[in-house]
Write a protein that binds this ligand. Structure first.
Ligand code: KIV
Length: 272
């Protein structure tokens, strides 16, 4: 018997907290479109991130910087239409919140109102505290993002592991505490030493979600296209690929081309 949409228990930020409290790991993946989001949601993913990695993965840009607020809203509303259960978190894109807290609030409200998303994610620590406070006071849940912050790639200069030195590690820990005290419901920790993410996770009440941050975090996130092997050029150490869809798709498309060229498609049964 199929389960009616209204009977499905939706994942909330409160449930993520309960998962941390009882030691159940949180699963999170990216999606930018209806078809992929539908598959992830039906498979039982807890959180779908409409990441600004859409800038790389969907649009082919070198960085996450070019994607606009309107484009994020388009991706997020496509994802939302597919969801029965998962919590949907949407990245505030570069340039939509760094100016000041009023602009940050306006951008977050646009995402919530125009896409129907459940929460937003922002990169940064103490520097964005005022914006985080203002967005949360408007009733919008915020997830933080520390460590490698791709929106700051031109400041970092490279995508190497962050916070290996004591000074940066100490700042990351204090930023995580600021985000928790400001009311964030969770924090993504990207590409930092496993020992540091373990320490941050133990220091926070709220869940930490790691990507390249080791096993001692409360959940894991990956870019779905990387996990599925659609983009085979990207092989960081933290990535586990669960399929080779580039090969599967390429083989299918090659067979289709051959069938069309050889007049093997369509056959009698495939005609009206
Ligand atoms: O945009 C994104 O996909 C992300 C994840 C890498 C966490 O922020």
């Amino acid at each position: 018997m199929s389960t009616a949409k209204s009977e499905i228990k939706k994942v909330t930020t409160h449930q993520l907290q309960e998962m941390k409290n009882r030691g159940e790991k949180i699963s999170m993946l990216t999606a930018y479109d209806y078809s992929m989001a539908r598959i992830l949601d039906a498979a039982g993913i807890d959180v779908i991130l409409v990441g600004d990695s859409a800038s790389n993965v969907m649009a082919g840009h070198e960085t996450t910087l070019p994607i606009t607020l309107d484009q994020m809203i388009y991706h997020a509303s496509s994802v939302i239409r597919a969801i029965n259960r998962a919590l949907v978190v949407v990245d505030l894109p570069f340039g939509s919140y760094q100016g000041n807290s009023s602009e940050a609030l306006r951008s977050a409200i646009r995402i919530m109102k125009e896409s129907g998303a459940h929460a937003v994610k922002m990169e940064g620590g103490v520097e964005i505290k005022e914006s985080v406070l203002r967005i949360i006071s408007a009733g919008i849940p915020v997830m933080g993002h520390l460590g490698l912050m791709p929106q700051s790639i031109y400041k970092f200069g490279t995508y190497v592991v962050r916070a290996k030195e004591e000074e940066e590690a100490n700042k990351l820990l204090s930023d995580a505490i600021v985000l928790e005290q400001s009311g964030c419901f969770g924090v993504v920790l990207e590409k930092i030493p496993a020992a540091l993410s373990k320490k941050v996770t133990a220091s926070l009440q709220i869940p930490t979600i790691g990507i390249g941050a080791g096993a001692d975090v409360d959940g894991q996130v990956l870019v779905t296209h990387d996990l599925l092997g659609i983009n085979n050029e990207f092989h960081p150490r933290f990535l586990r690929t669960y399929a080779n869809l580039q090969k599967t798709i390429s083989t299918a498309v090659t067979s289709y081309i051959e069938d069309v060229k050889s007049k093997n498609f369509p056959n009698e049964n495939e005609c009206y």
